[in-house]
Write a protein that binds this ligand. Structure first.
Ligand SMILES: C[S@@+](CC[C@H](N)C(=O)[O-])C[C@H]1O[C@@H](n2cnc3c(N)ncnc32)[C@H](O)[C@@H]1O
Length: 274
C-alpha cells in the first residue's frame, strides 16, 4: 500500500470524488500541477480545506463547474507560438496540397482560438474547402464559447502581431468584425469545423486523421496518461499522418517515439513513419 502524506490523501479523495460524481478523470494529471490548481482554487473561493472542498462539490454543481475550469486550464490565444504556424505553412501545407480531402483533429481546443488560426491559414492557402476539422475538448463550457467565435477586443492587438509573425498574407482585421468590447470572427471560418466533446483520458480513437494537433494539453498529464494519449493519436492517424504537439511537449519520451519521424523537431511537428 502506498504511504501517502495527509494532503496527498485529500487530493486523491477529491479526484476520486470528482470522477465518481461527474465522470471527469483528473486522477492521472501531473500531481504538482493539480495540487497548485486546487490550492489556487481554495484561496480564491475561501474554502478552508481540500476535504471540505470535496464535500462541497458533491452537492454543489455550480461550484464544481468553477473548479473544473481551474483544473482543466483553458488558456489559449490565436496564433500562439507564431513560429509553429510558420513551420506549418512551410513544411506541412505543401504536402496537404496533394490531398483530395484533409481531415484534421484539434484535441484540447479550448475556446477555439487555435482552431480558427489554422482555419485562416487554410483559407489563405486555398485548402479550407477540402478540409474537415474536428475540434474537441472535454470541457463543455469552453466548447460553447468556441462555437460562438467571439473574443475580447483587448486581445486583438496581440493576435494581429502573432498573425503577422506567423506569415499571414492579409490584414488580420479582414477576419473579424469589432462590436463594443468584442471581436466576432468571420462566420466563413466556422463552415468546416465540427466542435464536439472528447476526453483524452477516457474516450477512444478518432479515425483516419491526416493531421492531429494537440498543443499544451499533455503538459498537464502524468506519464501514464500521456502514453494513453500518444497511443490514441498514433491509432487515429492515417498512414504518414502528421502529429503536432506544444513547445514543451515531445513524442521522444514515448514508447511510440519510433513510430514517428521529425518534420520540424523544434516545433514538435512529427510524421508517422508508415
Ligand atoms: C491550455 S489549453 C490549450 C488550448 C490550445 N490547444 C492551445 O494550445 O492554445 C488545454 C485544454 O485542454 C483541455 N483538456 C484538458 N484535459 C483534457 C482531456 N483529458 N481531454 C480533452 N481535453 C482536455 C482543457 O479543457 C483545455 O481547454
Amino acid at each position: 500500500m502506498e504511504n501517502l502524506k495527509n494532503e496527498s490523501i485529500e487530493v486523491k479523495l477529491l479526484l476520486d470524488a470528482i470522477y465518481m460524481k461527474y465522470g471527469y478523470d483528473f486522477r492521472n494529471y501531473s500531481k504538482a500541477s493539480i495540487k497548485r490548481r486546487i490550492e489556487g482554487f481554495l484561496s480564491q473561493s475561501g474554502i478552508g480545506s481540500i476535504s471540505f472542498l470535496q464535500h462541497e462539490i458533491l452537492y454543489n454543481q455550480v461550484l464544481f463547474g468553477k473548479l473544473l475550469s481551474q483544473l482543466s486550464v483553458n488558456v489559449t490565444q490565436m496564433f500562439r507560438d507564431p513560429d509553429f504556424y510558420s513551420a506549418l505553412i512551410k513544411h506541412v501545407i505543401p504536402e496537404l496540397k496533394k490531398k483530395k480531402i484533409i481531415k484534421i483533429w484539434h484535441a484540447g481546443c479550448s475556446t477555439g482560438e487555435e482552431v480558427y488560426s489554422l482555419a485562416i491559414i487554410l483559407k489563405e492557402e486555398g485548402l479550407y474547402n477540402k478540409c474537415r476539422i474536428y475540434a474537441t475538448d472535454m470541457d463543455e463550457i469552453v466548447l460553447q464559447k468556441a462555437k460562438k467565435a467571439i473574443y475580447p477586443i483587448k486581445y486583438i492587438q496581440e493576435y494581429t502581431l502573432n498573425y503577422n509573425k506567423a506569415g499571414g498574407q492579409k490584414s488580420f482585421n479582414d477576419y473579424y468584425t469589432a462590436k463594443y468590447d468584442f471581436a466576432m470572427l468571420d462566420s466563413g471560418l466556422k463552415e468546416n469545423i465540427l466542435f464536439s466533446n472528447h476526453n483524452l483520458a477516457s474516450d477512444s480513437v478518432f479515425g483516419e486523421m491526416d493531421i492531429i494537433i494537440c498543443r499544451n494539453v499533455m503538459i498537464y498529464f502524468d506519464r501514464e496518461l500521456q502514453e494513453r494519449a500518444f497511443k490514441l493519436f498514433k491509432d487515429s492517424l492515417c498512414a504518414r499522418g502528421i502529429l503536432c504537439l506544444g513547445s514543451k511537449e515531445t513524442i521522444r519520451i514515448s514508447e511510440y517515439s519510433d513510430a514517428f519521424e521529425d518534420i520540424v523537431a523544434p516545433q514538435k511537428i512529427y510524421r508517422l513513419t508508415k
